[in-house]
Design a protein around this ligand. Structure first.
Ligand SMILES: [Zn+2]
Length: 220
């Protein structure tokens, strides 16, 4: 079994995603890349049940699948196209958090509201509803994957990317939290107070944030 460490790390984050309630049942999928290979969750499994040998190995440049007896996630094109369009992406997490779906039912642009969101996620892109599992959705997500590390999918869920699984996972958690914060604030005020561009830039320039982000990127 090639890349056993990466496969084990995928199992670890898949369990975290399920235990955090970011996916329910067999929904969602995640992958990680090493060189020209990506390892993607198989179709039809609850992510926390996937064993190390069951992640499907796919060559990114050709889309060729190494046969392990399982079909890759039906969102395989979404993962492939995002890796192809942005070489900095090393991991992709696609989930269906109820907060994110609810947010897209009433809004499109997620404002930046608090320091962790500004420092670790920044701007979140939005893709209007497209039928899941289609090439059209993969193309729409790839169109945003160069400019944003988190993409809300209208009436569907969330895609986050990162330079490792840890970063992509934290981004999923923070965008989930951001949608919850926005929805609860918006329930009592039609115009919640959000951070402006200068405040977001100020947070990004903090030396302590630079240190924290570097640490998060390095650790596994
Ligand atoms: Zn989905």
């Amino acid at each position: 079994m090639r890349n056993a460490d990466l496969r084990n790390e995928l199992c670890n984050y898949a369990r975290k995603i399920a235990s955090s309630g970011l996916v329910v049942g067999p929904g969602g999928n995640l992958s990680a890349r090493t060189g020209d290979w990506m390892y993607l969750s198989p179709s039809g499994f609850a992510v926390e049940e996937i064993e190390a040998s069951q992640w499907v190995e796919i060559e990114i440049s050709t889309g060729a699948i190494t046969d392990n007896g399982l079909r890759p996630s039906s969102e395989v094109l979404l993962h492939l196209y995002a890796y192809r369009v942005n070489p900095l992406i090393e991991a992709i997490v696609h989930t269906h958090p109820s907060s994110c779906i609810a947010f897209t039912l009433v809004e499109t642009e997620l404002p930046v509201m608090f320091p962790d969101q500004a420092a670790l996620v920044g701007r979140t892109a939005y893709v209007p509803y497209v039928l899941p599992t289609t090439e059209q959705l993969a193309v729409a997500v790839a169109g945003k994957a160069g400019e944003a590390s988190s993409i809300l999918l209208g009436n569907h869920g969330l895609v986050t990317t990162g330079r490792n699984l840890r970063e992509a996972y934290y981004r999923t958690q923070i965008v989930d939290e951001s949608c919850k914060v926005y929805l609860s604030a918006h329930a009592v005020s039609s115009e919640p107070s959000v951070l402006d561009e200068a405040q977001v830039a100020e947070i990004a320039s903090l030396e302590s944030e630079e240190y924290r982000i570097k640490l998060l990127q390095q650790m596994k």
